[in-house]
Design a protein around this ligand. Structure first.
Ligand code: ADP
Length: 179
């Protein structure tokens, strides 16, 4: 094969950023990864590598105390558990706001009255693919998923997966691939 035959191919690879060319050095691999390897790394991201700590409250906590708890813990979603610390419900910012603009006494209403409850809770497991969990967040239009461990009695909560965790994963993917 002649130099002239190869040149157009090398020019295309240089333009695409896969090769660099320097005088007296010649052509060399720039380190740019193919989209296939980005896709592959994306498919390998797991919930357990990006999840946050869960913040849980008891079913009998008052709405007032839940609001205080949400501020102190600096989270957007609280998970509600029963006396065996098994998942029973989810409380979002708007669940608490909705109750606050009503005429009820926030110091007497327990959170189990206003929470979204099982079996309507969308959840994920720590070994799940992050992409599958991200799709659940978008399709169900929620801000976070409890990460659960299934037992014969119910779901233990082992983590919290939020849209922020997905954004962090997105950045880490870009950094890993020098994008
Ligand atoms: P906000 O209500 O502050 O916008 P979300 O979008 O997360 O926050 O919540 C919307 C509604 O969906 C709320 O009523 C909340 O209780 C419920 N919700 C939140 N997370 C989940 C979940 N993982 N599974 C089922 N319902 C959820």
């Amino acid at each position: 094969m002649t130099r002239a035959t190869l040149r157009p191919d090398l020019a295309i690879l240089t333009m695409a950023g896969f090769l660099d060319a320097r005088p007296r050095v010649g052509y060399f691999y720039s380190g740019k990864k193919t989209m296939t390897s980005v896709t592959e790394s994306m498919m390998n991201l797991k919930v357990k590598d990006f999840q946050s700590l869960p913040v849980v409250v008891s079913e009998n906590m008052t709405v007032y105390d839940a609001i205080v708890h949400m501020f102190l813990e600096d989270v957007g979603t609280l998970f509600v558990v029963d006396e065996n610390t098994l998942l029973q419900g989810v409380l979002s910012r708007k669940d608490l706001l909705r109750t606050s603009i009503g005429s009820q006494d926030l110091n007497t209403i327990p959170v189990h009255i206003i929470m979204t409850r099982m079996p309507n809770i969308v959840y994920c497991k720590k070994t799940d693919s992050l992409i599958v969990a991200a799709k659940k967040l978008i399709e169900r239009q929620v801000d976070s998923l409890p990460v659960v461990h299934e037992t014969d009695k119910g779901f233990e909560i082992v983590g919290r997966l939020t849209k922020t965790n997905i954004t962090k994963a997105f950045i880490s993917l870009a950094e890993t691939h020098d994008l």
